[in-house]
Design a binder for this molecule. Structure first.
Ligand code: FE
Length: 170
């Protein structure tokens, strides 16, 4: 509910469909409590091809299976919603504004707490790309410190946004 509330606020600021953002945010973690077996059943049903990192990183499974669940079990066909759910954890290159809204709403919702939250939250309401970039940067730093692999989509998203930012400031 907190993410949905934040998504609605961001959709209002950045000119996206508020109700659609609310719905995508409500659904984004819908398979979060699934067992490994349930995740892999959906991955098979949805014909999803996994990278090695995706296959072995438990925290990514729900973002891969939630859109499959939304499509097959709830009849959601809207590609904006499905993609926003799919990439809410990792980001990806060329995210739509709608995808960035769900990604950021998840990072700044009222129940979150991490050291850089205030920075990401204030950026979220003024510069969506900067908010996404900041969160990607901190996520990458966190993963590196923990000796964990970084999904290729996250690296691509970071590279795209950091190069865009450097271009702007050069
Ligand atoms: Fe999630």
């Amino acid at each position: 509910m907190n993410v949905a509330k934040a998504a609605k606020e961001l959709a209002d600021i950045y000119g996206c469909d508020k109700e659609k953002a609310y719905l995508a945010a409500l659904l984004h973690d819908i398979t979060k409590e699934f067992t490994k077996e349930q995740h892999f059943e959906l991955i098979e049903k949805g014909n999803v091809k996994l990278t090695e990192i995706e296959r072995t990183t438990q925290s990514l499974w729900h973002s891969i299976t939630a859109p499959v669940y939304a499509r097959l079990n709830l009849g959601i066909e809207d590609e904006d919603i499905l993609n926003a759910i799919r990439y809410h954890t990792t980001g990806r290159e060329n995210m739509s504004t709608f995808e960035k809204i769900i990604f950021t709403a998840d990072c700044i919702s009222d129940d979150r707490s991490y050291p850089e939250l205030d920075e990401v939250r204030s950026l979220a309401f003024t510069d969506l790309d900067a908010a996404v970039l900041a969160k990607l940067k901190y996520a990458i730093e966190f993963l590196v410190k923990k000796d964990r692999p970084i999904c290729g989509d996250t690296v691509s998203a970071y590279n795209e946004l950091v190069m865009k930012k450097n271009e702007r400031t050069e």
